[in-house]
Design a protein around this ligand. Structure first.
Ligand code: SF4
Length: 376
């Protein structure tokens, strides 16, 4: 059986919104990335830590991603797990605790299954915890379909024995300092199954329904050549640049968010076309492959040194300090902060216009104040 379900929990947000996407994606290879591999390493270490806490004797997993950072962030996950386990033990003398448990929800979604990172079943309450190791966007547990599917898989296994009334879903994103929790009644969850999940999952399984572009396209393997997404962007691009000859501020305000989306879509197309040209010798009419700009470099540093020393040159070296990231890796985060915290500064970044929803602090007033200060 495939390690990935067609209608997997982690991609549910996408196939619940755009039901034919899962079948369309089958035409594209499911490639992995270093981010995914790093996530797998974090899950393995997190699992090891929780199981060890629970008294199991295991060999510690080793990976290329082992670092001080991985250690610290999986400790955040462990601390959360310990808190939830303690809470469950207060509520019930012998809670059921499962780590990296396969959860089957095929009775609601054809062939559906996934893996729950941590599941705690105590009388009346089910805890589902999902570790997300990425640095991307903070994800909320509220109404999160991935978490609901895990919950359904766990309910299928344990509801009869434990009579679960409340499901608490928690997402732990240690690198974003985001721990999001949301509680839902089992009855509400089952209502969602009937009103939304089952009908959409059946459509998705058959590849039926309308293609519906949106934020979820970012994670779709078909996004580069998806016609619906292209038509959506072309519609956006056909903005009616009405008279007068110059755009009004109001129009610029409307175009800005569209321009951002268009740039991202155009980049996807460019990446796709370049990949085909590079890897499949595809020729695109009117385009060619050329070498990008590159900088000269020594072929062999050792030979260069010997040659220069022979020629009597001595002053050929320069010494430089390790960069911040390398130094932090060398010292570890805590020692780095202790020794160098007060000696590190973050210069002001290049000013960038971003949507108001962006989390960063608005700098408009500071810039204006600085400007006024300088002109006094
Ligand atoms: S790119 Fe977007 S619209 Fe197209 S199939 Fe994927 S999710 Fe649906």
């Amino acid at each position: 059986m495939s390690a990935h379900a067609l209608l997997g929990a982690s991609s549910s947000y996408k196939w619940l919104h755009c039901t034919p996407s899962a079948r369309l994606e089958e035409q594209f290879e499911n490639t992995t990335s270093t981010f995914a591999e790093e996530g797998t390493a974090a899950h393995a270490l997190g699992e090891y830590k929780i199981r060890t806490f629970l008294g199991e004797s295991l060999e510690r997993p080793i990976s290329d991603y082992d670092s001080e950072e991985l250690e610290e962030y999986t400790d955040v996950y462990l601390t959360l797990a310990i808190e939830l386990i303690a809470k469950a033990r207060e509520a019930c003398t012998d809670p059921l605790i499962l780590v990296e448990q396969r959860l089957d929800y095929a009775c609601y979604v054809p062939e559906g299954f996934g893996t729950g990172d941590l599941i705690i079943v105590a009388d009346g309450t089910l805890d589902i915890v999902d570790l997300k190791y990425g640095r991307g966007v903070a994800v909320s547990a509220k109404d999160n379909p991935q978490m609901k599917l895990y919950a359904l898989g766990a309910l299928t296994l344990f509801d009869v024995l434990y009579d679960i009334e409340i499901v608490r879903m928690t997402i732990c994103q240690p690198r974003l300092e985001n721990i999001s929790s949301y509680e839902i009644k089992t009855s509400e969850l089952l209502e969602w199954v009937e009103t939304e999940l089952k009908p959409k999952a059946n459509m998705a399984y058959k590849g039926e329904g309308d293609f519906l572009p949106g934020e979820h396209c970012r994670f779709c393997r078909a996004k580069q050549t998806c016609r619906a997404r292209t038509e959506h962007f072309l519609e956006l691009a056909q903005y009616d640049f009405a008279l007068p000859a110059l755009l009004e501020d109001e129009e610029i305000i409307q175009i800005l968010p569209l321009a951002e989306k268009l740039a991202s879509w155009a980049n996807d197309i460019y990446v796709y076309a370049t990949d085909k040209a590079l890897n499949e010798n595809k020729e695109w009419l009117g385009y060619k492959l050329v070498e990008g700009r590159s900088n000269r470099k020594y072929k062999n540093e050792q030979e260069v040194i010997s040659k220069l020393l022979e020629a009597g040159y001595k002053d050929i070296y320069k010494q430089s300090l390790l960069g911040l990231s390398e130094m932090e890796k060398l010292l570890g985060k805590n020692v780095f902060n202790e020794l160098l915290g007060s000696l590190v500064e973050k210069p002001q970044g290049k000013l960038t216009l971003v949507p108001i929803s962006d989390k960063r602090q608005d700098v408009k007033n500071t810039v204006k104040d600085d400007f006024e200060e300088e002109t006094k």
